[in-house]
Design a protein around this ligand. Structure first.
Ligand code: C5P
Length: 244
């Protein structure tokens, strides 16, 4: 279980198409956020530049590119990302153990050689947008939870630090891979917020209670009229109640 303060465990998704918007929101809330998630949308517009600027401003970055390619291509891309100073990045476990092994080895070697802290390397199991019927279509016969468990075990064997998983999968992942294996959980909505297009949502406190090490939240903060207040409220929901 991740032992940091609530702030260190809050990841805010900067799902914007323009760097200026993303950086302005990041600047507004950075005192209340552990990491900013830069995903495919923002990366496709301003890419590495936005990561460099966030780093220069002292923010930690989760680079959410869900890498999936041949081992050589993935590990080279991962080393470049590590060189940008990201704190967390992710890889599709379906790329296979060789791909994950190679990413872990090359990133670890690069960071050791450059005296840098190794970023947390996180696996993506089955996307939460996929139902079992979608899995059948691409030839996966096992149940969703069995497949998540198997892919998490592959990630752990490869030396990854954890996986992205929905709140419903945390228990199975921790049982399979151990309590120290990190779980990063999206699909979070405080009670006061809209669901948007997320179907099965969980509150920040419930996600933490069920074992999430990090939670990923976008729109409840980024679309709030007072973004700082929204982030603060989420942090206080994440803190365990103080026992007297
Ligand atoms: O705005 P919202 O809180 O729904 O954003 C959640 C973020 O987490 C988005 O960047 C979304 O792509 C990402 N995500 C997710 N569900 C997953 C994996 C990632 O919502 N299973």
């Amino acid at each position: 279980m991740h032992k940091g303060m609530a702030k260190d465990r809050l990841i805010v998704a900067l799902d914007y198409s323009r760097k200026v918007e993303a950086l302005s929101v990041a600047g507004e809330i950075k005192d209340h956020v552990g990491l900013f998630k830069v995903g495919l949308q923002l990366f496709s517009s301003d890419g590495a530049d936005v990561v460099r600027t966030l780093r220069k401003e002292g923010a930690n970055v989760f680079l959410d590119l869900k890498l999936h390619d041949i081992p050589n291509t993935v590990s080279n891309a991962a080393v470049v990302a590590a060189g940008l100073g990201v704190s967390m990045m992710n890889f599709h476990c379906l790329g296979g153990k060789k791909m994950l092994d190679s990413a872990v080895k090359e990133v670890s070697d690069y960071c050791a050689k450059n005296s840098m802290k190794k970023p947390l390397l996180i696996g993506v199991t089955i996307l939460t947008s996929m139902a079992e019927s979608d899995m059948r279509e691409v030839g996966i016969a096992s149940s969703l939870i069995d497949e998540v468990r198997r892919l998490a075990a592959v990630a752990r064997e490869a030396g990854m630090d954890g996986v992205v998983a929905s709140v419903h999968e945390i228990e199975a992942v921790k049982r399979e891979c151990g309590n120290d294996f990190l779980v990063v959980t999206p699909g979070i909505r405080p009670l006061w917020s809209r669901k948007d297009d997320q179907e099965r949502v969980t509150t920040p406190s419930e996600a933490i209670k069920r074992g999430a090490d990090f939670i990923v939240i976008g729109r409840p903060i980024t679309l709030a009229p007072d973004k700082r207040k929204a982030a603060q409220e989420i942090l206080s929901e994440m803190e365990p109640p103080v026992c007297s």
